[in-house]
Design a protein around this ligand. Structure first.
Ligand SMILES: [Zn+2]
Length: 145
């Protein structure tokens, strides 16, 4: 019960404001990588997503992605330099629904960072923004601006 209460408070923070160009670029990145999974980082200020950092999936897989620590660290440094902060890690589900898998939840490095999943299961790609807490997840609304 206590956990649910925490999740509800988190979700009352209001929508994530996503620049339309960045949102489309993210969908495009995932599309280009099909049938493999794609992943990347999103940074910005407060609730506003401003910059996309596509990462190269070093393990060509339809069910997993892998990016070396070195590349992640380099990208995080660049984000810091830009004056923005890391908001989310996105990855794609080329053929399945945009629901976090048990592997997704287990591998997510930091629960302060959101998990974004883009699904290409249907003709129109679906994007979901998840807030994580204690290996549970709740959706946050995305507003395109
Ligand atoms: Zn996944």
């Amino acid at each position: 019960m206590e956990e649910n209460k925490i999740m509800n408070e988190t979700l009352n923070e209001g929508p994530i404001l996503f620049s339309k160009g960045i949102f489309n670029e993210m969908i495009q990145h995932g599309m280009e990588c099909i049938p493999y999974e794609a992943c990347g980082l999103l940074s910005g200020k407060e609730n506003h997503v401003i910059t996309i950092w596509p990462l190269k999936n070093e393990r060509k897989s339809q069910k997993q992605f892998f990016v070396s620590e070195k590349i992640v660290e380099q990208t995080l440094k660049e984000i810091e330099k830009s004056g923005e902060f890391l908001q989310a890690i996105y990855h794609t589900h080329p053929t399945t629904s945009p629901i976090p898998s048990s592997v997704d939840l287990a591998n997510h490095a930091d629960e302060n960072i959101a998990m974004v999943i883009i699904s290409y299961k249907q003709k129109t790609p679906l994007v979901k923004w998840y807030v994580l807490m204690h290996k549970q997840y709740a959706e946050r609304i995305i507003t395109l601006i």
